[in-house]
Design a protein around this ligand. Structure first.
Ligand SMILES: [Zn+2]
Length: 227
């Protein structure tokens, strides 16, 4: 039977968007439990003056200069240059949004960018083709499956669940239960949501439950898509 590296049967990955201040706390948590995440960034608007309000929380992006140290050991992926609605863009503008973001991120982080997350979840066959044409291996959607299958089409990669899914811990139990099949737990979200919803304990409990287990491969989205 095919196994993950190290003969492991389970894999866990995370995908978080927009390069915002709350990623600091999230990365600290991932590092504490030896977990790996993928962080999807918009290099054209990555500045702390780029802010918006979500309920009573002022959401701010971080300055690019702090990011390489912060995200060390994790994966950086594209999220387009300026976070537009991709359905509205011409083919040329779409290619430019993807290409320029990938190039900027590769320069800043000195690592290859091999994947992306679709801003607002905008994804169709034209957009997938544009992503593939830029040499990107995968694209993360906002739809989720509540399942642990490996993606059949990595350019339409649907995660297991958003971290706000009320079944998160139940799914974690299901994930850990004995089974023959290779299984991947994929969680996505935005870290500011933990401040907005005042529920950091959701992620703390999840990491505590799934951390330090020898059957689990803790890997980035990119490492999974090479595997
Ligand atoms: Zn986004």
């Amino acid at each position: 039977m095919l196994k993950f590296p190290g003969g492991r049967t389970h894999a866990l990955t995370f995908s978080y968007d927009d390069g915002i201040f709350q990623d600091m706390r999230l990365v600290e948590l991932f590092n504490l439990y030896g977990m790996k995440g993928t962080f999807n960034l918009n290099s054209g608007i990555q500045t702390k003056s780029n802010t918006w309000r979500n309920r009573d929380v002022l959401v701010r992006r971080m300055e690019p200069s702090v990011l390489p140290d912060l995200y060390a050991g994790h994966e950086i992926a594209a999220h387009t240059l300026t976070h537009p609605h991709l359905y509205d863009l011409s083919d040329e503008a779409l290619a430019q949004e993807l290409r320029q973001d990938k190039e900027n991120l590769e320069l800043l982080f000195k690592q290859n960018v091999v994947g992306m997350a679709y801003p607002f979840g905008d994804c169709d066959s034209r957009i997938c083709k544009a992503v593939r044409d830029q040499g990107l291996l995968y694209g993360r959607c906002v739809e989720t499956t509540e399942r642990f299958d490996l993606p059949t089409d990595p350019l339409r990669w649907e995660g297991t669940c958003h971290h706000n899914n009320p079944r998160l811990m139940e799914l974690a139990d299901q994930f850990l239960a004995e089974g023959e099949d290779l299984r991947l737990f994929y969680v996505w979200g935005h870290s500011y949501e933990f401040d907005v919803d005042r529920n950091w304990e959701v992620m703390e409990d999840f990491c505590e439950k799934l951390g330090g287990r020898e059957e689990i491969w803790y890997a980035t989205n990119g490492e999974m898509s090479y595997g």
